[in-house]
Each structure stands twice: as C-alpha cells, then as structure tokens.
Design a protein around this ligand. Sequence first.
Ligand SMILES: Nc1nc2c(ncn2[C@@H]2O[C@H](COP(=O)(O)OP(=O)(O)OP(=O)(O)O)[C@@H](O)[C@H]2O)c(=O)[nH]1
Ligand SMILES: [Ca+2]
Length: 536
Amino acid sequence: MRRSHARTRINSNMDPIKLHTRPLTRSTNLFSRNPKPTKSNPSSFAIPIALTATLITLISCYYVFIHAAKPSFPPSSVKYGVLLDGGSTGTRIHVFSYDTETNHFDFDLGSMRLNPGLSSYAVNPTNAGDSLKDLLDFAKRKVPPAFWADTEIRLMATAGLRLVDVVVQDKILDSCRRVLRVSGFRFADDWATVITGSDEGVYAWIVANYALGTLGGDPSETTGIIELGGASVQVTFVSDEPLPREFSRTLKFGNVTYNLYSHSFLHFGQNVAFETLRESLSSGDFNTAAESLQKGTYIDPCSPKGYLHRVESSPGSLAAKIDLSTLQAGGNFSECRSAALTLLQKEKEKCSYKSCYLGSTFMPKLQGKFLATENFFHTSKFFGLHQRAFLSHLLMAGEQFCGEDWSKLKKKHRSLDDEDLLRYCFSSAYIVALLHDSLGISLDDERIRFANQVENIPLDWALGAFILQSTAVLDELHPSWISTIISDDSPTLLSLIALSIMLMVIAWSISKWRKPQLKTIYDLEKGRYIISRVNR
Ligand SMILES: Nc1nc2c(ncn2[C@@H]2O[C@H](COP(=O)(O)OP(=O)(O)OP(=O)(O)O)[C@@H](O)[C@H]2O)c(=O)[nH]1
Ligand SMILES: [Ca+2]
C-alpha cells in the first residue's frame, strides 16, 4: 500500500514544539536534506532579536530626537574666537569658530574692516581704542551672547605699528586694552600686542597650506607665501638650506616638522614704498634718466603724465605730510621700475650673509611654488590677469598704464578715486622689480600664483593665527588632531554604527551559544520523531 501522503499528526507529548511533517523516506535526518528549520523554542531567538530591535530603536531615537533636532544654539563643543588685525591701512575684525568634537573650523562667520589703521592715532594715541567699538559691535552680532564670556578676543598689530615709536605704540595699545577689557569677551592685556613680522609670515603660511590641503603633509609639497601688504612684505617658505636662527621657524603639525624661512621686510609694503619713493624723488635723491625740466622740479616716472601732485595729507599716510609739489608726472614704466629697484636694493652692499635679495637682509634661494597675496592679487586683478599669469603679462600691462595720459585713465576707470587709480603704475613696476629683478622669479615662471583666497578660504594671516591657537587646544583634547582637521567626517556616527553591529554580532553568537543544537530524526519503527541534543 502506498504510504498515504496524508499528513501524519504526531501526538508528541514530549515536546511542545509543533513539528512539521512531510513525505519522508526511512529514518531521515531532516537536517541532512536542507530541512525547513525546525521551529525551535521561540525564547532562544527572541533575546537577540529583542536586543537588536531595542538597540536600533535607541539609535534611531537618538538621531531623531537628539542629533537631528539641531539645538537652537551651537552645542557646547563649539568654541568661538575673535581676532583684530591691526594693519597699517586699516583694522579688521574676524570671527571664527571650531568644534572640538568634529575638529571642524568655520572661517566665514564674518569680518569687518575700518580705515584708517591704528598707526594713524600716533598723534592722539588715547583715542585709538574708540576705533574698535564698531568692530566689537559687529563681533557681538556674530557670537551668541551665551558664548561671549568664553570667547577669547586678541588684537595683533602688524607693520603699521612697528613703524611707530615704541612709547607711542604702548599708548595706542593701552587705549585698545581699556576698551577690550570691557568688551564682554574674554581678554587679557598681553593679548593685545604688536606681533613680529616672522610670526605674521608663519600665520599666512599656515592658512595657505591649510587651504591647499598640504598642511600636515610632505614639506616639499607645501607652498610658500609672499605677501605685499601696505607697510611690509612677508616671505615664508620651507627651505632645505641651513638658516640663521633669526630667520628660522620650526612648525610641527601632526607628526610632520616644517623648517621655515620667515621674514617681514618693513618699509617694503606697497603704500610705504610708494611714499618713500616719491619723497626721495621730490627731494631730488633720484637722478632719473629724464632730467628735470626746470630747476627745483623733478620727474616722477611712477605717475602718469598729466597727474598733478599736491601736498599728501591723507590720514592713512604713514609718513608725516610730504610736499610733492616739486614733482612733475612723467609716467614711464621702466624708469619707475629702476627707481623701485634702487629702493629694494638699498644697503645691499652691507649684506653679511650668504645671500641677500632685498636690501641687506638674508634670504635663502626661493624653493617650490608660491602664493603672492594682498597687493600682488589686487594689482593683477585690476589688470585683468588670471591667477597663474606670468610676470611678463604684468610688465606689459604696466608699461601701457604708466604711458597712458592721466585724463584718459580717469575716464576709463571712473569708479576709482585718484589715490586708488594712481597706485597701479607704481604697483606694477614695483612688483616686477620685487619678484623678478630682486627675487629672481623669471618673467614666465609658473611657480607663482596671484591669489587672496583658495577655494572659499580667505588667505588672511589672522586665520592662520587662529588655527595655530586652536591647535594647542585641540591637541590637548585630540592628540594628532591635525590628521582630522582637513577631513570632517564625524567620528560619532561611525562609532555608533560600528558599536551596534558589534552588539548584534555578540547577541547573535550568545544566542547561538545558548541555543542547544538539536537534531530531529524520524524513527520509522516507533513511528515518531526523536529530538536529541547535538554535542559540540
Ligand atoms: N588695489 C587695491 N588695493 C587694496 C584693496 N584693498 C586693500 N588694498 C591694499 O592692499 C593692501 C592690503 O594689504 P593688508 O595686509 O591688508 O595691508 P595692511 O594690513 O593694512 O598693511 P600691513 O600692516 O603692512 O599688513 C594695502 O596696501 C591696501 O592699500 C583693493 O580693493 N584694491
Ligand atoms: Ca596686513
């Protein structure tokens, strides 16, 4: 008789587990035929499933009700910083923040600039602090009030104040300290200082290489900076040459050490250089090739023909009032370039080092690529040159501009006031005399790039100072943090996912370990199933 395929009900009082029945041959080990998994005791699977479900619920609650619901104001891991850059032509305030959890910097919280600079208070130094009030109000609109008391504010003055007598410097700084003490931000008197030019250059180098993503990487891959400010020029780059101590800076980021040459050439900033040149011209110090037309007047090759000189009394002027009425504009690029070179090479004969490219100051041979910032950028932008333009392009643009009649130039550039428009003849000639004639950068060199920002990061040395300052804090919190300053993946989320996977694996293996390995066989003689524990 054929075995009916009627379902066989097993009256098994041995085990509450409901058994599956199926057409079977003799003593079949269900497990050997890919049997449907026997329904094991629900309690043995329930635990890991419940555990995993709880865990997933907890994580999603965390993300829905805590993490995703952005707090109305920044989490406590966010720190703010306020920095005042006391430049020769103006004072600007920068507001930054960084998150000590994610190591993420936020640079574009805003900045504001007010002219003239602190050095213009040399005649009334006790009023200098009042010039900061509008800047401080700006910063208070950027930092949540709850964070003010915890937010450090620093004033770092540069070349403008370095040119002022030390006694007057201190009076100006004391006036600023008086205002900063009651600003509502966290302040200590020695946080208002005149920084060294070398520090200013290092800060600019830091922000440039942070923005380029080379900070923390191979020193030979880093980019040097040359900054043409109003009163000084900063030159900072990695050098393999042995450096005299006063020009040598060592920076450590992560586990990489950078040996930098860094120096600030005071008086070589564009505004001061232009004033110095015209002052020398007006007193007949330069015997330019073009003879003066009549006694007591001198040709100024750096001002386009038709420009009328007068007594310069602009409040931003760093020098005392200078009478330029003895000058006659005789716009001539190559004359202006050689007059600028004479200024840059002054006292070169006194050089006591292996190499001096500007005056009698040591500088090793330039190494690697360079970013040329501030006035380099403003002038190349005015002449419509792209960032990687050659110096030869600037030379041609300058020749044309200097040779143009002043009245035509004013018609062509109506939006610019006389003082701003006038600077471009000198600026183009000065840049060629500085970068090519003095530093030896060839006219078709591709190593130089004119820029004032990289991606969306402005190449402000103040940002570099903030990165360095917060590095110290972050390093305490997260050793070798720099390796993450450039990446911004948040470790929190990653670690949670890893944790939940790990917990699920543990839960599963516990359940496997606890769940007895059972074997079910069907005994034909007895006509019933026998369940037995498998020994491991
Ligand atoms: N052509 C041009 N020059 C500008 C413009 N804005 C600023 N400058 C000039 O660019 C230079 C700005 O560089 P900064 O470093 O800010 O100058 P600073 O800080 O006042 O001067 P230092 O104390 O020497 O650093 C100054 O010479 C300004 O006169 C602009 O829009 N066009
Ligand atoms: Ca500056």
